[in-house]
Ligand binder design. Structure first.
Ligand SMILES: Cc1cc2nc3c(=O)[nH]c(=O)nc-3n(C[C@H](O)[C@H](O)[C@H](O)COP(=O)(O)O)c2cc1C
Ligand SMILES: CCCCCCC(=O)C(=O)O
Length: 388
């Protein structure tokens, strides 16, 4: 049973009789609207926008709408258990903070605010390779006991990749999420229109500019010559030549569990199983990479059919409310990652905003679980759902 759940006894009455003193939004759409008010066009559309005509971004939300929960009655749901097990650890909820880079464009406290909000809630924070703050600072801000994972952008410079893996392990991260769908930036129409790419303004390079392997490749330090350092970053950030055979390199350089993020095709799930990775994250990067790609929730049951619970499958792309978490879990996800909603929380109210967004999703999930007739999130399965 989760401490957070026990301490706070999620109930709509409790929430209403103890209203948030800061009067932060509750409605997801209001967080987004308020974020729009506080952010300039460049940063707002960088976060909110997707690839191409944003068809996949819309398909992500549509995939949730087309599945309906069919609640069960008289099942004694007085006590709920929201905990899950992953890689030998017990986590309080089936909810993690998605890896999100360049958070300094959203709030001056950036990743440190988000990570601290997660630490307060016992929600694992996945620190992005493209964070503005270096991974060591994020880990320190969270504290030793807070659950933290590291997301790897697999650099063309293998010394940098190996160095990131070593640093993550030393800093106390407990799993490595390898994002496969972003070897290069997609065609993002709003960013092109706004001529806005945060990396070219020195955001999101905190892990690179502090990295000994990265620095050793430069003629002048990033402090002396940030332009040349940024050019080297652009050259080595991603590696579109990678193949499944290259995964052995990652295995050789870390003893931590490795999860592959961005899996959508069942044949890739088969390859992943053969390559011996420890987990998968079904994701289309929130519709930010391949416009026209399958809605992520539509891909989830296809991947879970192949995996057959041999390794954990996690999910992201479109989680907005508690019922979305339930639907993803019912379709086979062990846990979900929350992305854009946290960034709207960060924009509006920094650490408190991220905390509030995550707390609301978890409370909504707990109540919806109970009202659907289930008491343990780990027992939720596809019998909870019907296709509309
Ligand atoms: C502003 C922004 C930056 C992101 N940066 C990263 C990143 O650095 N690494 C990564 O693996 N995914 C990144 N993502 C993708 C998220 O991890 C996640 O897949 C996506 O946000 C899920 O879609 P949703 O936010 O619509 O639910 C980013 C997403 C956004 C919105
Ligand atoms: C050069 C591409 C960097 C992308 C890093 C951030 C990200 O993942 C995103 O979706 O934006």
């Amino acid at each position: 049973m989760s401490n957070f759940g026990n301490q706070h006894q999620f109930s709509i009455y409790q929430t209403m009789t103890n209203p948030d003193p800061n009067r932060l939004p509750v409605v997801y759409e209001e967080w987004e609207k308020k974020a729009r008010e506080v952010l300039d066009d460049g940063p707002f559309y960088y976060v909110a926008g997707g690839a191409g005509g944003e068809h996949t971004m819309k398909a992500n939300l549509q995939a949730f709408q087309s599945r309906k929960i069919v609640p069960r009655m008289l099942t004694n749901v007085g006590e709920r258990d929201l905990t899950i097990e992953l890689f030998g650890e017990t986590y309080s909820f089936p909810v993690l903070h998605a890896p999100i880079g360049v958070q300094s464009i959203i709030h001056p406290d950036g990743e440190l605010a988000s990570a601290k909000a997660c630490a307060e809630l016992e929600v694992p924070y996945i620190a992005s390779s493209a964070s503005t703050a270096p991974m060591e600072e994020i880990a320190k801000a969270m504290g030793d006991d807070a659950p933290k994972w590291f997301q790897l952008y697999w650099s063309k410079d293998s010394d940098v990749t190996a160095s990131f893996l070593k640093r993550a392990e030393t800093a106390g991260y407990s799993s490595i999420v390898v994002t496969l769908d972003t070897s290069m930036m997609a065609w993002r129409e709003y960013d092109l229109k706004n001529v806005y790419l945060p990396f070219l303004m020195g955001e999101g390079v905190g892990n690179y500019f502090t990295d000994p392997a990265f620095r050793s490749k430069l003629q002048k330090t990033p402090e002396e010559d940030p332009v040349s350092a940024t050019m080297y970053w652009a050259k080595v950030f991603g590696n579109p030549t990678l193949t499944w055979n290259d995964l052995a390199f990652l295995r050789e350089h870390t003893r931590l569990p490795i999860l592959l993020k961005g899996i959508l095709h069942p044949d890739d799930a088969k390859q992943a199983l053969e390559s011996g990775v420890d987990g998968l994250i079904v994701s289309n990067h929130g519709g930010r990479q391949v416009d026209g790609a399958i809605g992520a929730l539509d891909a989830l049951p296809l991947i879970c059919d192949v995996v057959q619970e041999r390794i954990p499958v996690l999910f992201d792309s479109g989680i907005r409310r508690g019922s979305d978490v339930l639907k993803a879990v019912a379709l086979g996800a062990k846990a979900v990652l929350v992305g854009r909603p946290c960034m709207y929380g960060l924009a509006v109210a920094g650490q408190q905003g991220v905390k509030s967004v995550l707390k609301n999703i978890i409370a909504d999930m707990d109540i919806t679980l109970a009202l659907s007739g289930e008491k343990a999130i780990r027992n939720v399965n596809k019998s909870l759902l019907m296709e509309a």
